[in-house]
Design a protein around this ligand. Structure first.
Ligand code: SR1
Ligand code: MG
Ligand code: MG
Ligand code: MG
Length: 387
């Protein structure tokens, strides 16, 4: 068992050298490149090389808040185990974990430097046409393979225990379903939308629906979720896609992952001020859902349990996943506008009036998704998203 210490560059290089069995003669350099909310991330490579290895280490607190918000380091072990599990179900689209060390709260990951973060690509106006379809395939694979559609009763119960992630999932519960729906001190509400936020906080019908989504998030343990599937957790390149950052994973409703991804595409839509990229985001959402639906249907039809394999049942099941997803998408849109963690798509808008308009758009669309989840199919989404 190693003694935990917060890595500096030299520590990260030493860990990578040992974990990848690189030998003492190889010259390596390390640099901290993390821009996420939680962890340290180092890139380790040979001088002059573009690609090397990634070292990710959990701090004993939330990085973006500081040591006033302590957090279990065991999240690194849990994340590594979830990524390994997802990698078994869908190696093509899951980042490879090459090594992990629970005592150091560290893992060695494949370096994806040839890819870029999808959120950044969207901000740059770049279009990766395959990404929504690939993500639909990824999510169907990881959801079906960790669910009742593949595991028998005992195996599914054991998996829920094996991948229990109570500390991180209770943070999600707070930042998705509690803080943004009240005047919480953790919130980050821009002055220009304070009135809009107060109207939302007084909306009793909305609160009842959010209570149901929150309750389901805790009780509806359908599949081993990624748990934070926003466009910053997806790396894209020509024909290639990898999903990273599963520290918020654990058993929960499938619609949560589906909805978080949809919401982040719609948040990008809200940040745009011209129809063509807005329409493209709607098409991305539709392509993602249709891909997820088709792949899920195929995989679920192959389940050993004849009741679950019944096509009419799978259709009903997926209809409910879609409705859940719209509700969770609405929560993600509202929490990324009022809560502690925003998205660059909207926060980076330079023009103050356009930024407020985008935030209002996100709040209104988020609310509509939660309130009208039962009435909307993916074709009808365009009408309410574009207003
Ligand atoms: C306080 S943690 C806030 C958010 O950061 C991560 O990226 C997750 O999205 C989490 O909800
Ligand atoms: Mg990240
Ligand atoms: Mg993350
Ligand atoms: Mg807008």
């Amino acid at each position: 068992m190693r003694q935990y210490r917060i890595f500096n560059q030299e520590d990260a290089v030493a860990y990578a050298r040992e974990a990848a069995q690189l030998g003492p003669e190889l010259v390596l350099q390390g640099a901290e490149i993390g821009d996420g909310n939680l962890n340290q991330v180092f890139k380790v490579c040979q001088p002059g090389q573009v690609t090397g290895w990634i070292v990710k280490q959990a701090l004993p607190y939330i990085r973006c808040i500081g040591d006033s918000w302590p957090l279990t380091r065991d999240r690194a072990r849990i994340e590594a185990e979830i990524l390994l599990q997802h990698g078994q179900c869908c190696p093509e689209f899951t980042v490879a974990v090459l090594h992990h060390d629970a005592s150091l709260s560290a893992m060695l990951l494949e370096d994806l430097s040839e890819l870029q973060v999808w959120r950044q690509a969207l901000l740059n106006g770049e279009h990766f046409a395959d990404a929504p379809v690939q993500l639909g395939e990824y999510l169907a694979q990881v959801h079906v393979h960790s669910s009742d559609f593949r595991l028998d009763y005992q195996a599914q119960q054991a998996a829920r225990i094996q991948f229990a992630n109570p500390e991180l999932m209770s943070i999600s519960e707070a930042v998705y379903f509690v803080d943004p729906f009240c005047d919480h001190e953790r919130n980050n509400v821009a002055a220009g939308i304070r009135n809009d936020a107060e109207l939302l906080w007084a909306d009793q019908a909305l609160k009842v629906r959010v209570a149901k989504l929150k309750h389901d998030f805790r009780c509806k343990g359908q599949a081993l979720l990624h748990g934070d599937l926003h466009t910053g957790s997806v790396m894209v390149g020509a024909g290639k896609l990898k999903v990273i950052d599963a520290e918020f994973g654990g058993y929960g409703p499938m619609g949560f992952d589906v909805g978080v991804l949809i919401a982040n595409l719609l948040l990008n839509l809200c940040s745009q001020n011209s129809p063509p990229p807005q329409r493209q985001r709607i098409k991305d959402v539709q392509a993602f859902w249709q891909s997820f639906h088709a792949q899920f249907f195929l995989l679920a039809s192959q389940t050993a349990d004849p009741a679950l394999a019944e096509p009419d049942y799978i259709t009903v099941f997926l209809r409910q996943v879609w409705q859940d997803a719209l509700g969770y998408a609405g929560c993600e849109m509202i929490r990324r506008t009022l809560g502690v963690a925003h998205v660059a798509d909207i926060d980076n808008i330079a023009d103050p009036e356009q930024k407020i308009a985008s935030q209002r758009h996100a709040l209104a669309l988020g609310r509509a998704l939660i309130m009208h989840a039962e009435q909307l199919d993916d074709a009808e989404l365009e009408k309410i998203a574009l207003g």
